[in-house]
Design a protein around this ligand. Structure first.
Ligand code: ADP
Ligand code: MG
Length: 393
């Protein structure tokens, strides 16, 4: 769906859901992570990009202290008073956008600057597919409120607000990578994120010029970060860093792995080997992109998958099959993307091979008795922004 189509859909939905015309409309895209998985909460490196699929929010101010949020994916709107927005109080999906609002407290936006509003969301980001529909909905609302309330927050402050909400209100112990990608994305660029320094650097990524697409295979297996193994992996990394007397695993290089492993239990050592190797692969990918070596980039993606599967143990049969079938059908590289335990795999594919890859993945899933996957392609697009500002009313 084009941005224009999505905005039109948002305005139609808003006309029904809001008690009048929207004051501001903002777009928050989904993201894919090219490489650098389970590194963000280890102060590491990642290379995501924002995609064309997005959540669009239309916001209308209210004169009282009510907040009403509605989504085209859910029938019933959620209504709360502003003073009810806090951990433990926000039900269901609304915990994501209203958690982000709560997260603004930590960005120095006290409750007395909050105003009642209605927000209606439409989205074509598949939810729970590893494309970060959660950061899309959070960041769409955050940039809309930043604009409406004249907050002037930078993308780091907005990203942190989204993360705080996701951690404390939605109860998902995720890092800040998704929000950072969603807020900083740029068309034809990937976003190199350094979670230790907070630095964000745009890296040119002209897939279309190279005749390539990034295919996404949504396995349809839904993950649940708040309950699944994500928290256990995170705890394992934190335990290993503490045992090694380090603030984070970022302090380790590939050359330190043998000595570090000797001090750790076998399982933690494998988790650490993934994180350290993955940081190195992100830098190698940036170098490969710099010299236009897309075959090398594909190889690094596949190496990342092997490490996530064998050392970090966050893959699943469907993700492994999507990767194997894509590679067998000619993909330059493939890996699971996102937190794992389901969600999506990505494959770097020549445009001419896209159909063959899709057919191969579909028939492989069919043969194994897995439900049909959703396959689509993504390109790097612009990050979250206001698309219809308040002064254009
Ligand atoms: P992912 O971010 O990989 O898509 P998450 O589990 O982190 O998966 O977030 C998905 C959740 O975010 C959904 O279950 C829902 O609660 C919420 N969400 C995301 N997008 C929307 C939307 N457009 N409308 C309502 N809720 C949404
Ligand atoms: Mg998410």
């Amino acid at each position: 769906m084009t941005v224009r189509d999505l905005i039109d859909r948002a305005l139609r939905h808003a006309a029904l859901a809001l008690g009048g015309k929207a004051d501001v409309v903002a777009r928050g895209p989904g993201r894919v992570n090219l490489i650098g998985e389970h590194t963000d909460y280890n102060s590491g490196l990642a290379l995501p990009f924002a995609i064309g699929q997005a959540t669009v929010v239309a916001v209308r101010e209210r004169t009282d202290d009510l907040v009403i949020v509605s989504s085209d994916q859910f029938n019933e709107p959620v209504r709360l008073r502003l003073d009810q927005i806090r951990p433990g109080q926000v039900p269901g999906w609304a915990a994501y956008p209203l958690g982000a609002l709560w997260g603004l407290l930590g960005a120095g936006v006290p409750r007395d600057r909050w105003r009642g509003f209605e927000a209606s969301f439409v989205s074509d980001v598949p939810s729970g597919a590893g494309l970060s529909s959660s950061a899309a909905i959070e960041c769409a609302l955050l940039v809309a409120l930043d604009h409406l309330w004249g907050l002037g927050l930078d993308s780091a402050a907005l990203a942190a607000a989204g993360q705080r909400g996701e951690n404390d209100v939605a109860g998902a112990p995720t890092g800040v990578l998704d929000q950072t990608a969603v807020l900083n994305g740029r068309r034809e660029h990937a976003v190199l994120v350094d979670a230790r320094s907070g630095d964000v650097e745009l890296v040119p990524l002209r897939l279309a010029c190279a005749g390539l697409v990034l295919a996404v295979v949504d396995t349809g297996v839904s993950h649940a970060h708040s309950t699944g193994g994500y928290a256990a992996r995170r705890a394992s990394c934190e335990r290993a860093a503490a045992q090694l007397g380090m603030e984070s695993l970022r302090e380790l290089g590939v050359e330190d792995l043998a000595a570090a492993s000797a001090q750790l239990g076998a399982e933690d050592a494998r988790r650490v080997r993934h994180v350290v190797g993955e940081n190195a692969r992100v830098l190698e990918t940036v170098n490969a992109l710099g010299v236009g070596d897309l075959d090398r980039m594909g190889g690094l993606m596949t190496a990342s998958h092997v490490s996530l599967r064998d050392d970090f143990e966050v893959s699943c049969s469907e993700l492994d099959l999507a990767v194997e079938a894509s590679l067998a059908a000619g993909a330059l590289g493939a890996r699971m993307t996102g937190g794992g335990f389901g969600g999506s795999a990505i494959a770097l594919v020549r445009e001419a091979d896209l159909e063959a890859v899709e057919t191969a993945v579909r028939s492989a899933f069919d043969r194994r008795g897995f439900g049909p996957p959703r396959v689509f392609s993504v390109q790097p697009e612009d990050g979250a922004a206001v698309v219809i500002p308040a002064d254009s009313r």
